[in-house]
Design a protein around this ligand. Structure first.
Ligand code: GLY
Length: 349
C-alpha cells in the first residue's frame, strides 16, 4: 500500500493498494465521522463494485443512498449534475454528510462539482475505478461537466477529503479503457520523469501497477502543490491535450480521451521538434510507447479542422495558447504560441 499526502488548499491522502475498498467505511468514519453518504456510480461500475463499497460504509455505521447514472461521457452533463444535486436534497444530506464518487473520470468530475455546489459545499471521497481516474482526474480537485460548446466548461476547483484507489478495480476494466489510462501515464513520463517513461514504454505494466500509479500521483501532487489553480506549471499536464480535445470532438467522442491524448502527444512532439522548440526529437519514443500500450499514434482528420477546434478550447488566452513542448524526454516547458501557429502545428501532424 502507498500513501501520498496532497497539500493543496485542503490536505488529504491518496491511498493506493490492493483490496482497499473494504476499508472505505472505517476510513470515512475516522476522517468525516458517522454521517450519511450518497454513493454515486455509473451503470457499468455498479455491477462490479457498488455492493462492496456500500457494505463497507454500512458496516462502519454510515447510512447510504445510491445514485446510479448511465455510463458514458453523455452523462457528464448539467442535466445529470442537477439530478444528482436534487437527489442529495431529496435525501436531506447535510453538511455533516458526504458523497462517494465510485467510478472513472466522469463520475469523479461530476460528483466533485455537485459536492462543491450542494449546500455551498459538502465533503466528497474519490474512489477511482479506472486507471485514468487513479493517475489523473481523482487527484488535484478539478471538477466539471461538459457544455454544448465543449468539454469541462462548467466546473470548479474543489478538493476531495480522501482518494482511495483499490487496484483490484482495474482488473475488471476492458483493455481499451486500461489503455486510456496508460496514455496519461506515458504523458507524466514525457513531462516530468524519463525513468517512468522508460519503465512503461515497453507495455506489460500490470504487475507493477501500484507503484506506477503512486509515481504518477506523486508527480501530480507536486505540480498541484505549486499551482493548484492552473495558472502556470499545472498547465504542463496539458501535454498532448491541445489537439486531443479537437480529435475527441471531430470523432463525435468515438475516439476516447486517452486515445486522443496519445495521438495529441505524437503531434505535439513532432511539431515541437520540426519548429525548433525541442532539444531532442521525442516523437519516435512516444509512438513506440503508444503502440506497446495499445494506443493509437495518428488520426485522419484534416489539419484545419483540428486547428479550428483547438482555437475554441478554453486553454486559449487572448491571441495565444500555452502549448506544452517536450524540451527533452522527461522535461516539458510551456510555450506561448500565437493561435495561428496552431495551423502549422496541425499541418505537421
Ligand atoms: N488533468 C489535468 C489537471 O488536473 O490539471
Amino acid at each position: 500500500m502507498k500513501i501520498i499526502n496532497v497539500n493543496a488548499s485542503k490536505e488529504y491522502d491518496v491511498i493506493i493498494g490492493e483490496g482497499l475498498l473494504s476499508s472505505l467505511g472505517e476510513r470515512c468514519v475516522s476522517l468525516l465521522g458517522k454521517g450519511r453518504a450518497v454513493i454515486v456510480t455509473d451503470s457499468n461500475v455498479k455491477e462490479y463494485w457498488l455492493d462492496e463499497a456500500k457494505k463497507s460504509l454500512q458496516l462502519a455505521g454510515i447510512q447510504t443512498s445510491v445514485f446510479v447514472f448511465p455510463a458514458g461521457e453523455e452523462s457528464k452533463s448539467k442535466e445529470t449534475l442537477f439530478e444528482l444535486i436534487e437527489f442529495m436534497a431529496e435525501n436531506r444530506l447535510t453538511r455533516s454528510d458526504f458523497a462517494v464518487a465510485l467510478g472513472g473520470g466522469v463520475t469523479g468530475d461530476m460528483v466533485g462539482l455537485a459536492s462543491s455546489l450542494y449546500l455551498r459545499g459538502i465533503e466528497f471521497v474519490q474512489v477511482p475505478t479506472t486507471l485514468l481516474a487513479a493517475v489523473d482526474s481523482s487527484v488535484g480537485g478539478k471538477t466539471a461537466v461538459n457544455l454544448k460548446a465543449g468539454k469541462n466548461l462548467m466546473g470548479a476547483f474543489y478538493q476531495p477529503a480522501l482518494v482511495l484507489c483499490d487496484t483490484r478495480t482495474l482488473g475488471t476494466l476492458p483493455e481499451n479503457i486500461f489503455a486510456d489510462g496508460m496514455a496519461e501515464v506515458i504523458k507524466y513520463g514525457v513531462i516530468f520523469d524519463k525513468d517512468l517513461f522508460d519503465k512503461v514504454s515497453g507495455g506489460d505494466v500490470k504487475s507493477d501497477i501500484e507503484s506506477i500509479i503512486a509515481r504518477c500521483v506523486e508527480l501530480k501532487r507536486d505540480v498541484v502543490a505549486k499551482d493548484e489553480f492552473d495558472k502556470g506549471d499545472r498547465q504542463l499536464l496539458n501535454f498532448g491535450h491541445t489537439m486531443a480535445h479537437s480529435i475527441e470532438k471531430l470523432s463525435n467522442f468515438e475516439i476516447s480521451h486517452g486515445s486522443a491524448v496519445a495521438i495529441g502527444m505524437v503531434i505535439a512532439a513532432k511539431a515541437s521538434y520540426a519548429l525548433g522548440w525541442s532539444e531532442e526529437d521525442c516523437t519516435q519514443a512516444i509512438i513506440d510507447a503508444n503502440k506497446n500500450n495499445n494506443l493509437p499514434v495518428e488520426c485522419s482528420f484534416a489539419p484545419t479542422d483540428l486547428a479550428d477546434i483547438a482555437l475554441s478550447d478554453k486553454k486559449r488566452s487572448g491571441g495565444t495558447i500555452n502549448f506544452v513542448v517536450p524540451k527533452v524526454m522527461g522535461e516539458c516547458v510551456l510555450k506561448k504560441v500565437p493561435v495561428d501557429v496552431l495551423y502549422e502545428i496541425a499541418e505537421l501532424k
